[in-house]
Design a binder for this molecule. Sequence first.
Ligand SMILES: [Zn+2]
Length: 345
Amino acid sequence: MKAGWKEILDCLPFVQRPSLVVYLAAGNLGSHRAKPSIPTRGCVDWLVYSDPQMIRTFGTLFAGLIGFAFGSFLNVCLTRWPAGESIVKPRSHCRGCGRTLAWWENVPLISWLALRGRCRTCGTWIGWRYPLVELAVGIAWGTIAWQFASDGAIPLSFSPRGFVEHIASVSGKLVLTWILIGLGALDAEHLWLPDAVTLPGIVLGMVVTLICEGPLVWKGPFQSLLAAALNLAFAILIGAGLVLVIRWAYWLLRRREGIGLGDAKLMAMLAAWLGLPGALLSFAIGVIVGAIVGGVVLMSPKRPDAEPPGLTKLPLGTFLCIGGILSTLWGQPILAAYLRWAGFN
Ligand SMILES: [Zn+2]
């Protein structure tokens, strides 16, 4: 049975439509027919069953490679911004001897591995942060692409609204993980969560969430936009409030500042992007990771110049960022598993 062009196009997932066009074009180039032949059912089956895997594999690899490049750029920012240097000029150079790097010394991950983490001429240690940040962005972006191209994530029929919401959701995840990896590295190295990132991050997160949830772009009663915005504002207040209460309790107990205000702004940002459940999940994961790291720090042998135990400053922001990245990538399955385990479902 032969179906019409339109019907077949309509029954294909949106991202597979270009491949149908390519298939038809390739099939018809050889036969010199003016009118393209209409594919039979078998061809559609082939497209439906074999293409998604291919698209997913190549999409994941591509996104991972782009992620390595963006991680490399993030490293430049993370080195130069705290030092007050320009991010664009001069070209990449060794922090030890100042030599401008050759192109092949700038390839993400590979150069670091090939040089074993040291400058080729002066032997200055480049640091673990470079490969770790590149790897983190690459893996996060590859995972986002994999999830997007997986079954169920692709809309079965095209609608402008679904398209905009999907694009906003995916690009939002890419931006959020990139920001969180940067903030996590900054807090780990400098105990610094700059307002210049977290405060605009809160606004951007609200915009993306409202687009993904619909009411910002798609017409509807003004009340629905208002309700969604109020919901989000509530989540942001709870997120920041949680950290502020702990900060206050710590101060009452110890009369010392234990948690920075930057952590409260980071929690507000996570709530703006992930909603209240996602922000609380990030916090829970962050506290668990922090407790593990804190335990290891307390048990490891002390250096003579180290601060007394219990006073070593741990970057809570880094742990919150780790929680935020895991919530962005796997928040829904983790929460669903937790609810099942707790007997809610
Ligand atoms: Zn050098």
